[in-house]
Design a protein around this ligand. Sequence first.
Ligand code: NAP
Length: 342
Amino acid sequence: MRAVGVHGGKGSADALYIEDNVADPAAVDERIVVRIKAFGLNRMDIMQREDRYPYKLLPESGPIMGVEFSGLVEELGPACKGDFQVGQRVFGLAYGGAYAEKISVSERMLMHMPDHLGFEEAAGIPETFFTALQAVHLVGGMQPGQSVLIHAGASGVGQAAIQIARQAGASVIFATAGTDAKCQLCRQLGADHAVNYKDTNAPDFAEVVARETNSRGVDLIIDLVGQSYWHRNTKSAAMEGKIVIVAAMSGSVVEGFDLRALLNKRLSVLATTLRTRDAAYQAQLRDVFVERVLQHLASKPSPADETMGVTVDEVFSWQQVGEAHKKMEANVNAGKLICLVD
Ligand SMILES: NC(=O)c1ccc[n+]([C@@H]2O[C@H](COP(=O)([O-])OP(=O)(O)OC[C@H]3O[C@@H](n4cnc5c(N)ncnc54)[C@H](OP(=O)(O)O)[C@@H]3O)[C@@H](O)[C@H]2O)c1
């Protein structure tokens, strides 16, 4: 089969190319081979491309990038027990290998594609929604009536987190994003207040949270930004609030970190990753997704009718995967970047 390779093993977006004669994946045990129609881009792909992915990859990650895809079932392993059949439209999460014509994944990580979703949309759902589900529910333990602050609200993970928090009955949702258009998108998805953190004339998110909560603060903060928001996060958290760290896009070292900021409010700081989780955990997340999200997926999501969905920022041919990587590196996408496999 063909798959996306990196000239020299690591490099810039320009080093990406379509490689021929890559070994086909096999449908062994309870695994299913899917012919990939589309795959979604994620920031970890950039780190993997540059050979600086910070976590130890599980053996089944393999050298090919890509953790989410949509496509058609091509072959079932002999131990498959699920209800998948050859030719069905499916989407799913993988440890790696989605930048390719075919992938082999456990049937526990596959889901049937709703009829009204296209391959482009479905390919952009698993990584962001599974990550947001674990941050809001499994790790953050959000309860109905709680207030939530979601940073990088227009990112793929941020958009999913806003929708999941809204569906879970958040009393008020705050979001931050870097343009007015991204803030507007956050509001459309269910945020009550969206703060453009780059607008020097607008109040800071900590001021908005204090103003709107009568200085009580928020119960749960989903943080993808890290360093630059740490002090304002502890300021914005309510008594016994939780801060769930999903990423540290602004940096991971916090100057002047005073433990008293945690002690004073009895805060919990939690951190989570998805790709390094074992197969049983990921399968559990898939079940939570099927229960809480799958039936609500729509092409045009709206909090008014409780539908959820993914915003596809741009669809590329996989021949242009380097351009897609460059767009993500420039931070200009508001939603998923998708590549179609021809
Ligand atoms: N822990 C996990 O399991 C897990 C899983 C998936 C993803 N992640 C991580 O979560 C992060 C977001 O992923 P994604 O796929 O949702 O990203 P994405 O859709 O590409 O969106 C990222 C957005 O974050 C904002 N941003 C970037 N740098 C920033 C900074 N220094 N300060 C404030 N905002 C910044 C930018 O939007 P603005 O215009 O708003 O600045 C950017 O467009 C990545 O770091 C990714 O690796 C973690």
